[in-house]
Design a protein around this ligand. Structure first.
Ligand code: MN
Ligand code: MN
Length: 468
């Protein structure tokens, strides 16, 4: 059969138009298989790392298996050496020493390992009408109504007055009990439904149900609360006052699962931003003998503005780089000035059910690969670092050269809302930064959705950046 001749217009289109395609059109079947396989261990990571503390523990476990040792344990470092620095059990920095002088700059990948959730208040436990409950204070940007009537697990630590620490994780094992926030039945919700959406469930209505049987003693009041405290004392040796110095976080008790008949997607709590944390970690482990020194930082507190000494608005990343510089007799500031960073964070994927919030020419789409975001912020680009055209050009070239499927993505229409990432805090250190991450549906919901191909492309993007 004769080949159909390509029209002039078609030829010109091929030459001039930018292609925006499903990753399946671009990558091989073998690579699809690789992506699916990669996501099996990603799901496990999600189930094992539901809080920033658990993500640090898991990261250290993975790092040590890959030959990383704690930073500071060795006085000198040489190319190929692998170290990690644990910041208060809530943030972590991993580094692989490169063959080039440190003053040439380092390659930073920065993701965050905190996710929106319900934190217990300092005085959480109370009894009302023979039910025991916990008072909570939500953490990060949530739609409060999404957190009712779903199974919740409880994670965190309780520090006793003698300084000893109890680790808590209840609700993840099949045999464990779970907890929940109750909601009104529709039959009696007439006036609740009149409330504006942010008020359908109010902050002070996010109370977690923790018990309902009384302690058997007619001489005491608050018997249900007493019974719960007695159970906690027997199990953990803690009293009510110990909650004052505790960090307990309620998170969805669901496990990460495949979504769709074709199993092309992953549904899980906390994919913002553990999807980028995991892919950056795996890239760090896969990158052997890099030219530039690699620094992967998994930060805490991003969801509440990056403040606090485990957030990236703190100086610990800078201090770590200064410490490295000292070992190699380099100027810390010069290392930073010559450095580049991928701010590894998720972006919103276009949702056909809610098309109005996005501007379709600049939105990110599921399955079109990793998203490169030049600027985030809100209104007139407020609260963003806005990567330079030069740096965008460099990253674009790098991804294309290595056949990483990628797209751009702006977080919603202009003036529709907005948001930020850690990019600007790293840019403030005089580092070139751009946001690169995975598109997510239902971001910040208890159950977020990503595409397996995009997850894999994020891993590949971080790896080619580190290997470059
Ligand atoms: Mn994020
Ligand atoms: Mn977020």
């Amino acid at each position: 059969m004769a080949e159909k001749k390509m029209s002039e217009g078609k030829k010109l289109q091929e030459k001039l138009f930018m292609k925006k395609e499903h990753a399946m059109k671009v990558i091989s079947d073998a690579e699809v298989k690789k992506a699916d396989k990669f996501c099996e261990s990603y799901k496990k990571f999600l189930d094992d790392s539901k809080t920033e503390r658990e993500a640090v523990i898991k990261s250290i476990e993975m790092a040590e298996k890959n030959g990383f040792v704690e930073f500071g344990k060795t006085k000198s470092l040489k190319p190929g050496d692998k170290v990690y620095y644990n910041n208060r059990g809530k943030a972590i920095i991993l580094s692989v020493i490169g063959t080039e002088p440190l003053e040439n700059g380092v390659r930073i990948a920065a993701a965050h390992i905190d996710s929106p959730r319900l934190d217990m208040k300092q005085c959480p436990i109370y009894e009302d009408t023979e039910l025991a409950l916990f008072k909570t204070h939500y953490y990060g940007g949530i739609k409060k109504y999404q957190w009712t009537a779903i199974p919740l697990s409880l994670h965190g630590v309780i520090v006793k007055s003698d300084g000893s620490k109890v680790d808590v994780c209840i609700g993840e094992d099949e045999k464990d009990p779970v907890f929940c926030v109750t909601d009104l039945l529709p039959h009696l919700a007439t006036s609740q439904m009149e409330r504006k959406a942010p008020q359908i469930i109010r902050g002070e209505e996010l109370n977690i149900l923790i018990g309902s049987r009384p302690f058997k003693d007619d001489d005491v009041s608050e018997k249900v609360k007493l019974n719960i405290l007695n159970i906690l004392f027997e199990k953990y040796g803690v009293t009510e006052a110990d909650f004052l110095s505790a960090e307990l976080e309620a998170v969805p008790a669901f496990k990460a699962r495949d979504i769709g008949f074709d199993r092309s997607m992953i549904g899980s709590y906390g994919q913002d931003d553990r999807v980028c944390a995991y892919t950056a970690l795996e890239a760090t482990f896969a990158c052997k003998n890099p030219k530039k020194t690699i620094i992967t930082v998994l930060a805490d507190k991003e969801e509440i503005g990056s403040d606090g000494n485990t957030g990236l608005n703190s100086s610990y990343l800078q201090y770590f780089i200064y410490d490295l510089a000292k070992i190699f007799k380099a100027d810390g500031w010069r290392v930073l000035t010559n450095s580049e960073c991928l701010s590894a964070d998720v972006n919103a994927a276009f949702d056909p059910t809610f098309p109005d919030v996005n501007e379709k020419h600049n939105a990110a789409y599921l399955n079109r690969g990793v998203v490169v975001t030049k600027y985030t912020g809100s209104r007139g680009k407020s609260g963003t670092s806005d990567a330079s055209a030069e740096f965008v050009g460099r990253v674009r070239n790098l991804l294309d050269k290595n056949k990483v499927v990628w797209q751009t993505g702006e977080l919603g229409k202009v003036d529709m809302g907005g948001g930020g990432t850690v990019a600007m805090y790293i840019a403030n250190l005089d580092v070139d930064v751009i946001d690169v991450g995975v598109p997510v549906l239902s971001m910040h919901a208890p159950y977020e959705v990503t595409s397996k191909l995009d997850v894999y492309m994020a891993y590949r993007a971080f790896l080619v950046f580190m290997e470059d």
